[in-house]
Write a protein that binds this ligand. Structure first.
Ligand code: OGA
Ligand code: NI
Length: 346
């Protein structure tokens, strides 16, 4: 077993505990129409999960299983290719989507490789070439020649997962006592993207992480994970790290920063990370449901009042997204932009 490059080594306090406790009680929610349950009751179940955990799993979610299986197989076929094939669609400063094998989370390298594509092609984000720059950049996807049918299948899958994301967004809105479509407008010109994660076996899993601790940025994430396991979340109630048990065919849903800000901390965006192991490779496919670049994210007027004043300052989603994205490339001396930077001081 080879030694680990120092770029992957986590500070002692962030190293994983490989004997993890399972997150007993992470809710599993059945989305099927039921004659004995109203839409409001379902919404309230989801609302409770968003408050207590910021994480839950859904079953009977409507995404066709056959399509999901095909995408999982294609992702594996893609990563199984030699590096020189994969780097033909390598991500760079001009193309932030595509293949990448040296992503850093909080300045430590992740033990993984990824392939990303935007839901909307092209996607618009702020150019940010200098501080006053208000112009936009058009970003496009890169698609590999192989495996065959990769692009078509990925695009079809993304549209199905997007439907599920809107369904959940509407239920979350109802759970807050708001009209079902309260958030929908924010997703015109959305910056959402899909990611394939591949976590190879790691010689020293006690020192590294597949993905370092982080919160997802957007409204919510819809994640397909295989049966290997490794996803851990920080429990809101006591800050303990607990693992999310793989449930066959379910999706793991977690809230991102934007939802936490919109709800003024009523709903929770949990820190999470991925633990790797010496034996088995692992695959996961998150869909990051992100607002449009023009959206100004701030606690909703309907939620805040004198007793519950806004806990966050308003920020522009596009600038937040573009800044974060840029910081993925290299180890930086400054801490990557985090949502806490917008907290109103108390
Ligand atoms: C991510 C992430 C979790 C997983 O890619 O942001 O948290 O289980 N992935 O792969
Ligand atoms: Ni994540």
């Amino acid at each position: 077993m080879g030694a680990l490059d120092s770029a992957f080594i986590q500070e002692a306090e962030h190293r994983p505990d490989l004997k993890m406790v399972e997150g007993e009680g992470i809710p599993s929610i059945d989305l099927s129409d039921s004659p004995t349950r109203t839409r409001e009751e379902l919404a309230s179940e989801i609302g409770n999960a968003c408050k207590t955990w910021g994480f839950f799993q859904v079953i009977n979610h409507g995404v066709p299983l056959g399509l999901r299986k095909r995408v999982e197989e294609l992702a594996k076929e893609f990563f199984d290719q030699p590096l020189e094939e994969k780097t033909k669609v390598k991500r760079d400063e001009v193309h932030p989507m595509g293949f990448h094998d040296s992503e850093h989370t909080k300045n430590v390298r992740d033990w993984k490789e990824v392939f990303d594509f935007f839901l909307q092609d092209p996607t618009l984000i702020p150019a940010l070439s200098h501080p006053e720059d208000k112009s936009l950049r058009e970003l496009t996807n890169q698609w590999p020649q192989n495996p065959p049918q990769f692009r078509e299948t990925c695009e079809e899958y993304a549209r199905e997962v997007e439907k599920l994301a809107f369904k959940l967004l509407e239920l979350i809105s109802l759970s807050l006592g708001l009209p079902a479509d309260r958030f929908n407008g924010y997703f015109q010109e959305q910056t959402s993207f899909l990611r394939f994660n591949h976590y190879p076996p790691c010689p020293q899993p006690e020192l590294a992480l597949g993905v370092g601790r982080h919160k997802d940025g957007g409204a919510l994430t819809v994640l397909s994970q295989d049966s290997v396991g490794g996803l851990q979340i920080q429990r809101r109630s006591d800050g303990e790290w607990v693992s999310v048990r793989p449930v066959p065919d379910a999706y793991v849903i977690n809230l991102g920063n934007a939802m936490q800000v919109w709800t003024n901390d009523l709903y929770w965006s949990a820190e999470h990370r991925v633990v790797v192991n010496t034996q088995k490779e692992r695959f996961s496919i998150p869909f990051f449901f992100f607002p449009g670049h023009h959206v100004s994210v701030k606690p909703l007027d309907e939620i805040t009042n004198e007793e519950n004043p806004p806990k966050y300052k308003e920020f522009n989603w596009g600038v937040f997204f573009a800044t974060r994205n840029r910081s993925d490339y290299k180890k930086q001396d400054v801490e990557n932009i985090q949502i806490d930077h917008f907290k109103v001081s108390e």
